[in-house]
Design a protein around this ligand. Structure first.
Ligand code: KIV
Length: 264
């Protein structure tokens, strides 16, 4: 059955945990659909994992649209969430609505995600008014890396915890359908989850959230530029791929690939 933002809200009410993974291409999206992952996030982390950038700040609307459209062609029931890239929503509410619309029309996204709390509530309200569901993203927000002074756990002091709770309540009030909590102490993430009616999706936020999200390459063991403490590697696909590439090279050099059956 097709999953929607309503499905996610019902899952929270029933106490069923929500699974979300990032994905950036058609063939991997098909595999995630087969595994019945609830939601795919076409994250702007594609700047790191797909494009080799140091951070997400150079990612463009065109990058997001192209990867989101590719993922959309590989899924049927999975809910498709797409990130709004840096500077696609910060300048004005009008920009935010227009760019959210492009992610839906050209990228076939079903939900758009944007980073920030109280300060982006006017954008969330306007996008929701345009009938586009929004996933908010608070706590450690990678698009603010320069302002935060690096990738740092947020909400550690009493004042910062209060601000995070205010942000969570504000994005819910503005109409967000769900909220990603990134890089937040587990106890605080649990408190926010209990306070909110909308689902919380955690990354580096402990087990008390309504769902979890991980970056595909991190959980598959394919990306070792930087492995944060919260990542669990569910497979060692990186080693498997290196071995397969090396085996291919060996068999090509030896002349044993292709054989007669593999030839016309
Ligand atoms: O872009 C991304 O992958 C994200 C997740 C870390 C939540 O925003």
């Amino acid at each position: 059955m097709k999953k929607t933002v309503i499905t996610m809200q019902e899952m929270k009410q029933k106490g069923e945990k929500i699974s979300m993974l990032t994905c950036y291409d058609y063939s991997t999206a098909k595999l995630m659909e087969e595994a019945e992952i609830d939601m795919i996030l076409v994250g702007d982390s594609l700047g790191n994992t797909m494009l080799g950038y140091e951070n997400t700040l150079q990612v463009t609307m065109e990058d997001m649209i192209s990867h989101s459209a590719a993922v959309s062609r590989g899924i049927i029931d999975t809910l498709l969430v797409c990130d709004m890239p840096f500077m696609s929503y910060q300048v004005s509410v009008e920009d935010a609505v227009r760019n959210a619309g492009r992610l839906v029309q050209e990228g076939h996204a079903e939900v758009v995600k944007l980073e920030g709390g109280v300060e982006v509530c006017p954008q969330i309200e306007a996008i929701v008014k345009a009938s586009i569901p929004v996933c908010a993203h608070i706590g450690l927000t990678p698009q603010s890396i320069n302002a935060m002074g690096g990738y740092k756990i947020q909400g550690r002091t009493k004042a910062a915890a209060k601000k995070l709770m205010e942000d969570a309540l504000a994005v819910q009030k503005a109409g967000a359908s769900m909220v990603v909590l990134e890089g937040v102490p587990a106890k605080l993430a649990k408190e926010v989850t209990e306070k909110l009616d909308i689902p919380t999706i955690g990354i580096g936020a402990g087990s008390g959230t309504d769902g979890q999200v991980l970056v595909e390459q991190d959980m598959l063991g394919m990306f070792d530029d930087y492995v944060p403490k919260f990542v669990r590697q569910f497979a060692d696909a990186g080693t498997m791929m290196i071995n397969a590439f090396a085996k291919y090279k060996k068999e090509v050099s030896e002349g044993t690939f292709p054989n007669e059956e593999e030839s016309y």
